[in-house]
Design a protein around this ligand. Structure first.
Ligand SMILES: [Mn+2]
Length: 347
């Protein structure tokens, strides 16, 4: 059996709201559509969705951004569009989503069109604080390996203001085949500082994580620690999720926040002080249950750890890409690289 393909942080194109957002968004979307192998028709649909989302942000948001990226989860490449804003939110989501309800001047113009055009669409709005939108445009199916099974996985990174490379990165893969039920391994890494040298530490961490044959999070962390020697170092946490037992075991060194997030609860999983690549001491492993309707959330200190589940009603029901995006947008700082990964085990 071919091993499942890992899901990893890739390049994310961030376009901040401002003059020419729609045109810039369409330009970048066309490049990504080509890279992902979208048909001309789907590329045109994506361009239309980008225009609608950009116009919405320009008209109604105090601050906003589009994020575009190619994902290759499993056998199918796709372009993902995120539209994130700080703004009034949408009071009546149902009517905003009704196709054709494009009364100019109303927040939510074109949302129905985006939903109709996209293969996958999700939206989460916070009255008085802003809205996050996720839309996915898929290429024709290819013949690659299946994605990581038994879980929904996504993440998001954003470099510090003014940088293009990001030291925050994440990866998820299946535990090497062997006896016992399939388990998932999740890594969140924050390369020290920012810029290309931080990104290099992140790259090395992903390689070491991918290549480690260890089963225990503490051993995988040790392998990453070894792989980061000679780099700037990083805060790293590794989690192992058992989808059947619905448990998670986490071992981290340095400042990575880890939570089991429920609809109105947040359980913290501790990390040990240290810097992978320099000194990780003897990090302890912590375990927790991962009940249905809960998500495992790991993020760097580019997000404030002080966000609370009650500030994000309904968020855990959303797709992991939107959970990650909303938390990053609402709790993230622009003065540091930011990164987050979210794993849900379907009921
Ligand atoms: Mn950081």
């Amino acid at each position: 059996m071919t091993p499942a393909s890992p899901v990893e942080a890739g390049e994310v194109l961030w376009l901040r709201s401002g003059d020419g957002l729609a045109a810039a968004g369409r330009r970048e979307a066309a490049v990504l559509a080509h890279r992902a192998g979208l048909t001309d028709g789907r590329a045109a649909d994506l361009a239309l969705a980008v225009t609608e989302a950009a116009t919405n942000l320009q008209r109604h948001a105090i601050d906003g951004a589009l994020a575009l990226r190619v994902t290759t989860q499993g056998a199918q490449a796709a372009v993902e569009l995120l539209a994130l804003d700080s703004g009034p939110g949408i009071a009546d989501l149902g009517s905003a989503l009704r196709d054709g309800s494009s009364t100019a001047g109303t927040l939510g113009v074109g949302l129905g069109a985006i939903r109709r055009l996209a293969d996958t669409f999700a939206i989460h709005t916070l009255p008085g604080r802003g809205t996050g939108l996720y839309a996915r445009f898929a290429a024709p199916p290819g013949g690659g390996p299946e994605p990581v099974p038994a879980a929904e996985v996504s993440g998001l990174t954003r470099p510090i203001n003014g940088e293009t490379s990001c030291g925050d990165t994440w990866a998820v893969r299946e535990q090497p085949a062997g006896e016992g039920p399939p388990r998932l391994l999740v890594m969140m890494c924050d390369g020290l500082g920012h810029g290309p040298l931080a990104a290099r530490a992140g790259d090395e961490a992903r390689v070491a994580f991918r290549e480690s044959r260890a089963a225990e999070p503490s051993r995988i962390l040790a392998d990453i620690h070894a792989g980061l020697k000679g780099t700037r170092g990083a805060a790293v946490a590794v989690a192992r999720v058992d989808p059947r037992a619905r448990t998670v075991a986490l071992c981290g060194a340095g400042n990575i926040s880890a939570f089991v997030l429920g609809p109105d609860s947040r359980q913290t999983l501790m990390s040990t002080p240290g810097i992978a690549g320099h000194n990780i001491g003897r990090p302890q492993t912590y375990t927790a249950d991962l009940p249905p309707g809960h998500a495992l959330v790991l993020h760097s200190d580019g997000l404030s750890g002080r966000w609370l589940p009650k500030q994000f009603p309904g968020l855990t029901a959303q797709t992991p890409a939107l959970v990650a995006a909303q938390l990053l947008w609402q709790a993230g700082t622009r003065r540091d690289d930011a990164g987050i990964v979210v794993v849900k085990v379907p009921s």
